[in-house]
Design a protein around this ligand. Sequence first.
Ligand SMILES: C[S@@+](CC[C@H](N)C(=O)[O-])C[C@H]1O[C@@H](n2cnc3c(N)ncnc32)[C@H](O)[C@@H]1O
Length: 247
Amino acid sequence: MPLWKDGKLGLPVKEAVKLFPELKDYLDERGRLDFSNRKARILYNRVIAKALFGLDIDYHPRGLVTPPISRYLFLKTFLKGGEKVLEIGTGHTAMMALMADKLFNCEVTATELDDEFFEYARRNIERNLAKVRLIKSNGGIIRGVVPEDERFDVIFSAPPYYERPTKGVLTEGEGVGGGKYGEAFSVKLIEEARDYLRPGGRVALFLPDKEPLIRAISERGSELGYSVRDVRFRAGTRWRHSLILGL
Ligand SMILES: C[S@@+](CC[C@H](N)C(=O)[O-])C[C@H]1O[C@@H](n2cnc3c(N)ncnc32)[C@H](O)[C@@H]1O
């Protein structure tokens, strides 16, 4: 596990400033970083990606500021290493696809719907000399996007999960999962995934601590014949869930 020198999975702001002096502009008089400032969050997360995971990531100025540590902890809940994996919606950073390739030695295919995010993802993959195969989604999730005869050990995603558009924070494609609890995107994903998994394969979803959302996806998963395991983990100040559905 990539740990900073103090033995913790994380990076003290003081150390981050040494690595990226630009961060100084966003510190208050007590040396605290202004996390309400998007540019500061992007810079800090870029330093973490670089210092802890060896990844050089360019963030889209208006995209979700994907935090590397939570994504790494999520991947650790279901990857052993060397699997053939598919990520749905890799985003502009392509962070999880890059980690799966570079840190878990997986054979990685990743999809993305948004044109600008796709282009950023492509460049992030190139910049890190990664072997990720990137596919542009046409609006579909798996079927019609990924070659019909491909089979994977794991299909994973940090899916959009809001019921309807939210103000400001995310683009609609990043945010809106649809359905009563935001579960519709994830439900469609697990329905389609059955046909693209190898025997014993799994789907893993990165989800927030929203009980009705998790229940809706889990119930549909059980109906579809998956075994369902909910792994809750702490990422910074928040609880996150890795919902793992096995065939
Ligand atoms: C919540 S964001 C997650 C981004 C990134 N994987 C992360 O971990 O932060 C969801 C991403 O899925 C993309 N997306 C939405 N619908 C999609 C679809 N049908 N196929 C592929 N990507 C999609 C969005 O553009 C967005 O980049």
